[in-house]
Structure formats: structure tokens, C-alpha cells
Design a protein around this ligand. Structure first.
Ligand SMILES: [Zn+2]
Ligand SMILES: [Zn+2]
Ligand SMILES: [Zn+2]
Ligand SMILES: [Zn+2]
Length: 715
């Protein structure tokens, strides 16, 4: 049995190298060629494979050894003293665990073992692939005793003529029709009507199969469970025509507005029947029914009785019910009607190519949910799955599956809806940009479920600094009581002094949070916390930024930023800022009162009732600045000066705030030498230039309700 590598798959999500890239290193001209002996690699070669693939320097030696042993077969000649494993077995195994399409994985595995490239594998070679599939399933915590017969059946079916060989088309075709195998290979799901969204699940209580009605057996009670309707089957039963998944839309406009329960049998956990108020006993198999939308429970015999009307339960305000969605014949719209974002999207069409439309339900605010599954480790995927269960899967969009365009297009004609973005600040910025570009008739307000760390925007909108696994139902309830606020967004335009000079590309054209030049509170701090918190990220995704941090923490930057005021000038609405009495090492332009995970550079200020129109375009008088509060909707940015590393440490720990320099509706900064800069936490190195920051627009955001004690993660 293979040891489970804790965090290994999360690790892989952030890495750039694919198995096939690592494999190339073992070719004759590759960096690791000398560790390959024919078809095999030795233990050192295996260690280097892991190191290269996972981009992880300190992979535990003991774990590496155990993993290596798990690849040894009777074919590896132990007696000769040569401890080796087959390179293709290792490659096949890791490619199965990788991100990607099942079809590609099946093909990759096939080609790996098709040594002579004749497009045919003999049965022993296919057995080897299957052995690696079991290996991978085992790693993922599956009980492989059930998968083995499923795969055996598949092989019998594939090799119809019993020739003992399998061609690539036969192999791929067989694999693509095998539901448990597809789940194992990480089927990327697009919601087709009637098709369950399967995932492998273990239960800690007795559960019955919706197809054969028998109990899920085995120590781990493993089964395939639909993410949307919780229909549950044995792995083997998933291939036996299970009942279709719940409908996510009605068949015609006439049927819209007819709200009826949608029952799925079984697994009612001894709950109470909503009709007769008696307990539903589930001792004898598949008993009781649960409504997919309102989650009401009934006895089998009570389900056919009144009331039939489904009110969508606790989350009715958020749910886009099936009876609000209907198909229409596809009509080609003119270019103006169809923003480029929505090109050929398959997500909002029926299997026969009709386009889905929404008929609004009065007094509801359907929630359009965008999830960035790559945010916050595996948290994103979990959140995606839970929302697909709590709401209609047609209102929950996976951003790695076509971006925000399809969702925004689908909802665009609704008069009243809200958006929930699940991801980091960068994801929120992406959605706000998409809303700008989509030319929507109404700009829906946006709430944030912060995934990962350092979410400044989410934090100051009272959605917390990072999702801590709290029940999503409570977050939905908080959204109902949230209030709309306007948030300024700023355009930043960077013009090079010398157009020949080449710096890094400027990361964004829009500032949502903040912009800074020179040393700022983050640099040293971020370097250390990043390293402690995400060593693996630091080795891969952050690798290209490493030089920046090294530079930032070295003496060089400190020295080069010491005389910052000599190499830049700042003009606010035509007024030149006087920097002569300050020892500046950094400048920050703030839109929101949180930076780098919660430090407040402007500092506290009493909120005044002064109307915005009274406010001058620019304030530089220190006495007035002293009493000016920061506000994300006043069409002004706050400009602060940062004096040095020690002061920054104090700012970070909340002991001090930075020097207030101005509050302005426009700012122009000219620099005379290359300086490090950052927008919303994305750093880059910028050659001499002129920077213009001007007001772009206001985004409609949702501010979470006032914190009840201990409820929000405000740290
Ligand atoms: Zn079954
Ligand atoms: Zn289903
Ligand atoms: Zn219902
Ligand atoms: Zn009943």
C-alpha cells in the first residue's frame, strides 16, 4: 500500500511542471539522463524525479524511500542488489493525479506503455496501467477492492474480439464510459442536464445505494455521491443507468413559476417528516425522500401528498430555482447585444443546443456565485461543491471553466441579483473588470468569500481575512443582511521616461486596494511570512518574484530608497507636495483602509457627516489631514509617506500609522531611477516613469453585517 503524501496534491496545484516535462529530463539529452538505466531509474533518480516534479527541496527522505518501494515490482531485480523502478510506472502514477482532462490522461498512459508506437497494447501492458490506476486510487483514499472488478469488466468489454490487444481508440472509449474511472481521473464537470456530478465519498453511517438499494459496505462505506442532489451509488452501480439528476430548468416558458418539490430517495438520517411530523426510520434500506431545493424530508408515502409547492427553504432569497429557467431556440444576437466575453459559451445551453433564459422570481435576489477553485488550497473546490448543493448548480460557476463571462451573460437581464466571489483579492478584481467590460444594464452588488490569505478588500468589507471553514449557510444569511457600499476604483497609467527602456510589465491597469513605491510595510514582512506559511509556493509560483524580495530585504534597497524624495516628485491636482522635511523610504497611495493583511496605514479617523461635494479636490494641510477619515467611496485617494524599516514594523503591529501627506482626487508621480512598486500586492520593478492615477468608477460592493462576537475572522 502506498503511503499517503500529506499535502502532496495541494502542492502540485501550484506547480508549473507536468509529468511529461519531467520525463524529458530523463531523455538522453536531459539533465537527469544519467539516472536512467534503460527503462528504470534508481532511488536517487526517483528522488530527483520527485524533487523536480513537486518543486520541493526538502522532500522527507523516509517518505521518498517508502514511495520508491511501493513502485517496486517482482520484475525489479532485488537479488542483484540493484534497486530500481520503472520510470513509466512512476510517470503514469503521477500523471493520473495531475490536473487535466481524463481523455488526455488515458492517452498519455497509453502512449507511455506503447513502446514501439504501433498503437496497440497487449493485455499485460494494460494490466500495468491499471495497476498504476489502483495505486493512484489508493493514494486518494479509495477502497480499491471495488474499483478492481469495475476495471476488469471494462477490459472484457473493450477487448470485444478477445484478441488480447487493445487499440488507443478502444482504450479511450472504454475509459470515457466508465463512471468510477472518470471520477478517479478527475472528470472536469460541466453541468449537462440529467447528468450527476459525481464524487467519491466515504460515509460514517449506513447509506443505501439508489440503484441496487443495497447498503454501501466495507469499512469505509465508499460510494459515488452526486454533488447536486446527493444521489448515492456503488461504484459498480454508476455504470448501470442510474436515474437522472434533478432537473435544473423547466422544459418551456409555460412551466416557469410552477414550484414543486423534487424528491430524491433515501438517506434521510432518521429526520422528521415535514408532512406527518413523524420520524423517518431508515433501518431497512432506502426509505424516505428529500427535496433537492428546500431540503425538506418526507416519508415515501407522504411525498405524494400535498403540499406540493416548494418554497426553496431557508435559502429561497438566493436560489435560482429550476422553475425560473427555461430554454429558447437559439437566435443570433447582434454584436452589441453579445459582449465578446460570452463567445460560444456552452454552459448555459441545453444538450440539444437551446439557450437557457431566466424568468425572474419576484422578491428574490438570486446569487450568482463565482468560485476560483485554485484559491486557498483545496478550500476552493470544497466551497464550489457545497454551493452546487445548496443552490442551483446553474448559478455556481467555476472560474477555471471559462471565466466570469458565461455567468454574467446568463444573469445579465435579471433586475435584481447579487454576486458572490469566492477567492482572493485578485479574483475580486478580475470579476469587477469583467463587470465593467460586460456593459450590464444593472451593476449587481458584489460580496466576497475570501479564500487564501491576505485578503485586504474582503477584510475591510467585513467578510473577514480568510474563510475558516464556517458553514456556508451562515454566509448566505449574512449576505441577506448585508448593505450596498460604493467603492472607488482607480486607473493607473504608467509612461516610461525613455521608451527604449524595458522594465517588467505593470501588473494591473486598475487599483482597487493600494499602490506603493519603495520600501513599504510589506516587503520584509511578506518575505518571512510567505516563507513560513507557504514554503512550497515560495519555491514555485513565487520563484520569479524571489529576486524582488531578496533585493527588497538586502542593504541595496534600503540604501536606494533612503533618499527616495530625491528621485521622485509628487503632484496632487496641480499641487506639488513638499517632501523636504521628511526622511522617506516609501510612498503609498491608498484606496481602502487595509494593506498587506490588515495594517492600516492611514490610521483611525472619526467619520464626519461632511458631504462629498464640500470636499476640496485636494487636501495637503496637515491639520486638516489629521481629522480627515479614510473613505473608500469619497473619490479621493489617501497618500502616505513611509519613513523606514523600523517604523514599518510598528505600523504593521498597529503601534503607529504612516505620515499623512495628502487626500486627493488625482495624483501624478515622476520617478528618476528604477524603483520597486506594487499594485494590490503585486510587485514589479519599474524604470524611470510618470505615473498618473485618476478616478475610474465606483463598484457596487456588499458590506457584511456588523460583527457579532467571535463570528468573523477579523484577525
Ligand atoms: Zn448499488
Ligand atoms: Zn445528481
Ligand atoms: Zn422542496
Ligand atoms: Zn410522513
Amino acid at each position: 500500500m502506498i503511503p499517503r503524501i500529506q499535502g502532496c496534491s495541494e502542492l502540485k496545484n501550484n506547480c508549473s511542471l507536468k509529468v511529461k516535462d519531467v520525463l524529458k529530463e530523463f531523455n538522453a539529452d536531459g539533465r537527469l539522463a544519467k539516472y536512467r538505466h534503460g527503462e528504470c531509474i534508481d532511488e536517487e533518480g526517483f528522488r530527483l524525479f520527485l524533487k523536480t516534479y513537486l518543486e520541493e527541496e526538502d522532500f522527507p527522505a523516509e517518505l521518498c524511500q517508502r514511495l520508491f518501494r511501493s513502485f517496486q515490482t517482482s520484475e525489479s531485480d532485488e537479488n542483484s542488489g540493484l534497486w530500481e523502478v520503472f520510470l513509466k510506472d512512476v510517470s503514469c502514477y503521477f500523471s493520473l493525479l495531475e490536473d487535466g482532462q481524463p481523455r488526455d490522461k488515458l492517452e498519455f498512459a497509453f502512449r507511455l506503455y506503447d513502446r514501439d508506437g504501433n498503437g496497440v497494447l497487449d493485455s499485460s501492458e494494460v494490466d500495468r496501467i491499471i495497476a498504476q490506476m489502483m495505486h493512484a486510487a489508493d493514494y486518494l483514499g479509495w477502497d480499491v477492492s471495488e474499483l478492481r472488478p469495475v476495471l476488469k469488466d471494462m477490459m472484457t468489454a473493450i477487448d470485444a474480439d478477445s484478441s488480447g490487444t487493445v487499440s488507443l481508440p478502444e482504450w479511450v472509449e472504454g475509459g470515457m464510459n466508465n463512471v468510477p474511472l472518470l471520477v478517479l481521473l478527475g472528470l472536469k464537470v460541466t453541468q449537462k442536464d440529467g447528468q450527476h456530478l459525481w464524487r467519491m465519498k466515504h460515509f460514517n453511517k449506513p447509506v443505501y445505494c439508489n440503484v441496487c438499494q443495497n447498503m454501501l459496505l466495507g469499512l469505509r462505506k465508499q460510494g459515488l455521491c452526486c454533488i447536486c442532489c446527493r444521489y448515492t451509488v456503488h461504484g459498480r452501480c454508476a455504470n448501470k443507468n442510474p436515474a437522472p439528476c434533478t432537473r435544473t430548468y423547466v422544459m418551456s416558458k409555460k412551466e416557469t413559476g410552477i414550484a414543486v418539490h423534487d424528491w430524491v430517495s433515501g438517506n434521510c438520517d432518521s429526520g422528521k417528516c415535514d408532512r406527518c411530523q413523524k420520524k423517518i426510520k431508515s433501518l431497512h434500506g432506502l426509505t424516505g425522500k428529500r427535496c433537492v431545493w428546500c431540503h425538506t424530508l418526507r416519508h415515501d408515502e407522504c411525498a405524494n401528498q400535498e403540499p406540493f409547492i416548494c418554497d426553496c427553504g431557508t435559502f429561497r432569497d438566493h436560489i435560482l430555482s429550476p422553475w425560473a429557467i427555461y430554454p429558447v431556440i437559439k437566435v443570433t444576437l447582434s454584436l452589441e447585444d453579445l459582449p465578446s466575453l460570452c463567445d460560444d459559451n456552452e454552459l448555459n445551453t441545453t444538450p440539444d443546443g437551446q439557450v437557457l433564459r431566466i424568468n425572474p422570481i419576484p422578491d428574490t435576489h438570486p446569487l450568482l456565485v463565482f468560485v476560483n477553485p485554485k484559491s486557498g488550497g483545496k478550500q476552493g473546490e470544497r466551497v464550489l461543491r457545497k454551493f452546487q448543493y445548496l443552490l442551483n448548480p446553474r448559478q455556481v460557476y467555476n472560474l477555471s471553466n471559462g471565466g466570469p463571462g458565461p455567468g454574467l451573460c446568463f444573469f445579465r437581464d435579471l433586475p435584481d441579483y447579487r454576486i458572490l466571489v469566492c477567492g482572493g483579492d485578485g479574483t475580486v478584481g478580475w470579476i469587477l473588470d469583467a463587470i465593467d467590460k460586460c456593459n450590464l444594464p444593472v451593476r449587481p452588488p458584489v460580496a466576497v468569500l475570501p479564500l487564501g490569505t491576505g485578503n485586504d478588500l474582503a477584510r475591510c468589507l467585513r467578510w473577514g481575512g480568510g474563510y475558516d471553514g464556517m458553514e456556508l449557510g451562515r454566509i448566505l444569511k449574512d449576505i441577506e443582511t448585508s448593505s450596498v457600499v460604493h467603492m472607488d476604483r482607480w486607473s493607473i497609467q504608467v509612461t516610461l521616461e525613455d521608451s527604449q527602456e524595458r522594465g517588467d510589465p505593470v501588473p494591473y491597469e486598475i487599483i482597487n486596494n493600494y499602490f506603493s513605491i519603495g520600501v513599504d510595510a510589506s516587503i520584509a514582512h511578506r518575505f518571512h511570512t510567505m516563507r513560513e506559511k507557504h514554503p512550497q509556493k515560495f519555491n514555485s509560483r513565487m520563484k520569479n518574484k524571489l529576486w524582488y524580495f531578496e533585493f527588497a530585504t538586502s542593504e541595496t534597497i534600503s540604501a536606494s530608497c533612503k533618499k527616495l524624495k530625491e528621485c521622485l516628485s509628487i503632484e496632487c491636482c496641480g499641487t506639488q507636495l513638499d517632501l523636504s522635511n521628511l526622511s522617506l523610504e516609501g510612498i503609498a497611495v491608498l484606496n481602502i483602509p487595509s494593506m498587506h493583511g490588515g495594517s492600516n496605514l492611514w490610521g483611525e479617523g472619526k467619520k464626519t457627516d461632511r458631504a462629498n461635494q464640500d470636499m476640496p479636490e485636494v487636501i495637503v494641510d496637515p491639520e486638516i489631514l489629521k481629522v480627515s477619515p479614510q473613505d473608500m467611496s469619497d473619490k479621493r485617494v489617501e497618500v502616505v509617506g513611509l519613513e523606514g524599516a523600523i517604523e514599518m514594523g510598528q505600523i504593521y503591529t498597529g503601534m503607529k500609522s504612516a505620515v499623512r501627506l495628502a487626500k486627493t482626487s488625482q495624483i501624478t508621480i515622476r520617478t528618476k531611477k528604477p524603483l520597486p512598486m506594487q499594485i494590490d500586492g503585486e510587485p514589479w520593478m519599474q524604470p524611470p516613469c510618470t505615473i498618473h492615477i485618476t478616478h475610474k468608477n465606483q463598484a457596487s460592493m456588499l458590506m457584511g453585517p456588523q460583527a457579532k462576537s467571535g463570528f468573523f475572522n477579523l484577525k
